[in-house]
Design a binder for this molecule. Structure first.
Ligand SMILES: Cc1cc2nc3c(=O)[nH]c(=O)nc-3n(C[C@H](O)[C@H](O)[C@H](O)COP(=O)(O)OP(=O)(O)OC[C@H]3O[C@@H](n4cnc5c(N)ncnc54)[C@H](O)[C@@H]3O)c2cc1C
Length: 476
């Protein structure tokens, strides 16, 4: 889906200046390299004019100062696993890859914090702190490859968000470079701090449009003593949803409460050699953690509630390896979908938890009405539904029906008191729709914040704001 061959925005002299800042070996301009950094998990492609791989934070201010002088875009990039095109250089310019800045600077066991560079891979951080009996909970399913910088910029969440919250809840301080090239330190290194505006929280989730994160101070918590995973199959989604409500009403907050609809179960069962009850209408993957005796008690209570609500099958993992098998079934949903069609439009709407069955019913009806393959799964515990519509982009009639479906899904989400994105952010793919959720005044306030940080609009332009989004891809 290569559609954006723009004329080069930066001259050879500029490339030479950039080489002088980051070193010749860290400035890439070969077409093959530009192609690698011109796409992400959104499947769109926009080629940059150059790719920079700075080795330290000290090199970044000069890059941004030059960008302001010569008015070329700079687009921060972690692992490129974003699903909304946030790291794509839609107006050309320079992709600033932070992946070489990947050091865990320290793990402070007394103050329960860690200081990391942005290119650290999330799973590597989790493993490093686990060795000291500590826990960094944010767990996007991409944790094996996505970076802390990308997680911060997109405020990544995951299954554990239901109990432990999202990335924002663990970022207490940042070092960053503003779009104008000034380094800034935000937030605190302490457990508390209320001095001035909370710039840390403003930068978290700003999708690389307000600052380049060069270092983060993250909160850690003790590792839970014990953990137990269950998989429960139900005849229909309504029974699964009732179970979720009863678990929460019983004052049990699992550390994961995931659901799959019938289509997702079918896809996984055909894709992977896992024993799933193929005839089930819905499944819940439930994990509890905490002190050993609490985990045992909660596991028993949850099993009872599942059975009372008509669970047709319950599997409890007896070991970590068993638990991993159950999780693999859940993680296999996304890759298994590509067996149906070559591309997926992946939305991550959130509705109030109690309205999940109603929303899934709506999504299934839309699939039938518009003749689309719609698969639903996600985080039942926090109302975050992943809606995947499988498509063949070459089929223009199908694409027209998909656009209609997405627009109707977003309308329904807002009408139910929900939000368009719980995890993936806006990027370019959701930019045309944000007016459905945020009114003109709200968007104007955000634009003014952006202008205050970035008067020349050099940092990741063309993202989030509806009029600026220049998507010319298969959804438009
Ligand atoms: C299989 C799969 C599963 C996924 N599961 C989840 C999930 O469970 N939960 C979830 O939230 N997301 C999920 N995602 C989406 C994605 O992995 C997350 O958004 C992740 O946080 C992106 O990290 P990254 O390092 O790949 O960042 P990138 O994709 O490279 O960039 C994402 C955004 O962050 C900005 N950025 C990156 N680094 C910096 C920096 N240092 N400073 C400033 N801005 C920066 C970029 O400009 C861009 O706007 C999934 C993606 C895939 C492919």
């Amino acid at each position: 889906m290569n559609r954006n061959q723009r004329s080069s925005k930066i001259s050879n002299d500029t490339v030479k200046s950039l080489e002088a800042i980051v070193g010749k070996e860290n400035c890439l301009t070969d077409p093959e390299d530009l192609k690698c950094y011109g796409c992400d998990a959104s499947k769109y492609e926009y080629l940059p004019d150059a790719v920079l791989l700075p080795e330290n934070a000290g090199q970044i201010p000069d890059v941004l100062r030059l960008a302001n002088l010569e008015k070329f875009p700079v687009v921060p990039r972690g692992a490129g696993s974003g699903l909304t095109g946030g790291t794509l250089p839609v107006y050309g310019g320079v992709v600033l890859s932070l992946k070489r800045m990947n050091r865990i600077i320290d793990i402070d066991e007394e103050n329960l914090t860690t200081r990391v560079q942005p290119g650290v891979v999330t799973a590597d951080l989790q493993k490093a702190v686990a060795k000291r009996g500590l826990f960094y909970p944010p767990d996007p399913s991409s944790l094996a490859f996505s970076t802390i910088g990308g997680n911060i910029a997109s405020c990544a969440g995951g299954p554990r968000a239901v109990k432990y919250g999202v990335t924002r809840d663990y970022v207490i301080g940042l070092q960053a470079v503003l779009p104008t090239g000034e380094p800034i330190r935000t937030g605190v290194r302490t457990a508390k701090g209320v001095v001035g505006y909370d710039l840390t929280k403003l930068i978290v989730g700003s999708e690389g449009t307000l600052a380049v994160v060069t270092e983060a101070v993250l909160k850690l918590i003790p590792q839970p003593e014990s953990r137990r995973t269950l998989l429960a199959a139900f005849e229909d989604l309504l029974a699964a949803a009732r179970t979720v409500t009863r678990i929460i009403k019983a004052r049990i907050i699992p550390c994961a409460l995931e659901f799959m609809d019938a289509n997702a179960i079918q896809c996984v069962a055909q894709y992977q050699n896992v024993q799933l009850p193929k005839s089930a209408g819905a499944m819940l993957l439930i994990e509890v953690d905490g002190a050993q005796e609490t985990v045992v008690r909660h596991t028993g209570d949850i099993k009872r509630l599942c059975l009372e609500e008509g669970a047709v099958e319950i599997e409890t993992a007896a070991s970590d390896a068993d638990s991993e098998k159950l999780w693999n079934a859940r993680r296999a949903v996304a890759p298994s979908l590509f067996k149906i069609k070559p591309f997926q439009i992946s939305e991550d709407i959130v509705v109030p938890r109690s309205r999940i069955p109603e929303m899934v019913g709506f999504l299934q009806a839309i699939g039938r009405r518009l003749r689309l393959d719609v698969v639903c799964f996600g985080h039942a515990g926090d109302g975050n539904i992943h809606v995947c519509i499988m498509v063949d982009p070459k089929d223009s009639d199908e694409m027209r029906r998909v656009r209609q479906a997405v627009s109707e899904i977003f309308d329904q989400t807002i009408q139910m008191g929900g939000t368009l994105s719980g995890e993936h952010g806006v990027g370019i793919t959701k930019a045309p729709y944000i007016r459905k959720e945020i009114d003109a005044f709200g968007i104007d306030v955000m634009r003014r914040i952006k202008a205050a940080f970035d008067p020349n609009n050099v940092l990741n332009p063309g993202k989030i704001f509806p009029d600026e989004a220049s998507v010319t891809g298969f959804m438009q």
